[in-house]
Design a protein around this ligand. Structure first.
Ligand code: LLP
Length: 414
């Protein structure tokens, strides 16, 4: 359910008005709802009742420690793509034995860190990575558990920048080479084959590409079984989309039912790596109108959040809803909602009908996923504060950065 609703013309996160949050924590500020995070996770675990499974939240979607901690307490595992994400998971109380490590460029140092922590599985993306991991594990006297991330060559029908399961993408091992690579892995003494992995893209709004991928993956699983290579788990990645505007993605329960249908008769433990669907609509970006600038062709609402805070509109031309925090009686006009950064691409939304004035607060919706985690310090802008609402309580879960922090590691020439 939606945890961001109007009560007496004031937009709330759970039981707290966003105006009150802005008054205390200022803007720009990300606001997350603990209830929304919890509900999403429970939808997954309820739908998977009775099936051996592990829900590995994709940390890259939002890596705030409080978010990781909420999921860890619910029993989540984590999908990481760097040593840094592993350290966040551990700092947030996550269990290393529930961590899968994806990514095409794992360094030796990252492999050592993950082997030391005792993660569940490396999702290996190339032949060279198999050799490197075998060597690193050998040097530590350890055995690394692995899956191969197989590229099933299916079209996820999503934005090309976030589509990953096509032949031309850099991700995973080619479908036609997968069996040979499993054979190779089975001959490397510091590796133990435990599963197969695939992830075809993000913000998918239909189940059919997932099903197409599963069907292709299962053919490989059977071929391996006939060669005596048995798998303990199947990792089907993440990718389930959310509604930003008028998309109609399947509900979590429907998506799981479709996956389980395609997996009938299979006994392997099921691993999933959802990111966006768990956090996207559990967060908003709160921002204040600094100026209203009428133009010859367009009116601009210049707000205090920018592309460094939320990069998705600039990078993917992504749509995010923009709502007034207080429903006020101003004239409704069409605005280009833009930030203060010196780039034409610095926009949050185009042609939005809004009843606002200088100092009005706006909520940029569906900003919980790939918002803060993709933020930067461009234009020497300190990163936004982050708060988590839990019922009537408001927790500051990340302080706003200060400018001295931004250049504390820099030095002028002696
Ligand atoms: N597993 C792997 C291996 C991934 O690469 C990803 C996302 C996920 C899981 C989680 O996917 P999700 O459930 O969140 O769709 N920055 C883009 C999205 C990039 C997704 C990258 N990989 C955006 O803002 O739309």
């Amino acid at each position: 359910s939606n945890q961001f609703n109007y009560i007496n013309n004031q937009l709330h996160a759970e039981d707290v008005s966003l105006s009150d949050i802005a008054a205390v924590h200022e803007t720009p500020c990300y606001v997350y709802s603990r209830a929304a995070l919890t509900e999403g996770f429970r939808e997954f675990s309820d739908a998977l009742q009775g099936r051996e499974h592990l829900i590995c939240y994709a940390v890259k979607a939002n890596a705030n420690l409080a978010i990781l901690n909420v999921f860890a307490r619910l029993g989540a595992g984590f999908d990481i793509v760097s040593g840094g994400e592993l350290q966040r998971v551990l700092a947030a109380g996550g269990d290393a034995r529930k961590v899968v490590f994806s990514g095409v460029g794992k360094t030796r140092a990252e492999m050592r860190l993950a082997l030391d922590a005792g993660i569940l599985c490396f999702n290996v993306e190339s032949a060279a990575e198999l050799d490197r991991l075998n060597e690193v594990a050998g040097s530590m006297g350890k055995i690394a558990a692995i899956s191969l991330r197989v590229n099933p060559d299916v079209d996820a029908k999503t934005h090309p920048y976030i589509s990953t399961g096509l032949k031309q993408n850099k991700f995973g091992v080619a479908y036609t080479e997968a069996v040979a690579l499993y054979r190779k892995a089975s001959g490397l003494k510091n590796l133990r084959i435990t599963g197969m992995d695939c992830h075809i893209g993000s913000q998918l709004t239909e189940t059919s590409p997932f099903i197409a991928a599963i069907e292709k993956i299962l053919l490989l699983v059977d071929e391996l079984a006939s060669e005596g290579i048995a798998l303990e788990h199947l990792d089907l990645g993440g990718g389930l989309g959310i509604c930003y505007d008028d998309e109609t993605p399947p509900a979590i329960g429907e998506y799981i039912a479709a996956l389980l249908g395609a997996l009938q008769g299979r006994t392997q433990k099921l691993i999933l790596e959802p990111g966006r669907v768990l956090v996207g609509n559990a967060g908003v970006l709160l921002t204040r109108v600094e100026y209203i600038k009428p133009g010859e062709e367009k009116n601009f609402a210049i707000v205090d959040a920018a592309m460094n805070d939320l990069m998705r509109p600039a990078l993917y031309d992504a749509y995010h809803g923009i709502l007034p925090v207080v429903r006020e009686a101003h004239a409704v006009q069409s605005y280009e909602v833009v930030g203060p950064i010196c780039e034409t691409g610095d926009f949050i939304g185009h042609a939005r009908e809004l009843a606002i004035a200088p100092h009005s607060l706006l909520a940029v919706m569906s900003a919980g996923a790939y918002g803060m985690s993709m933020s930067s310090n461009y234009n020497t802008r300190p990163r936004a504060a982050e708060v988590m609402v839990d019922g009537t309580a408001v927790h500051l879960v990340r302080e706003r950065e200060t400018v001295p922090q931004l250049f504390s590691g820099e030095k002028t020439l002696a």
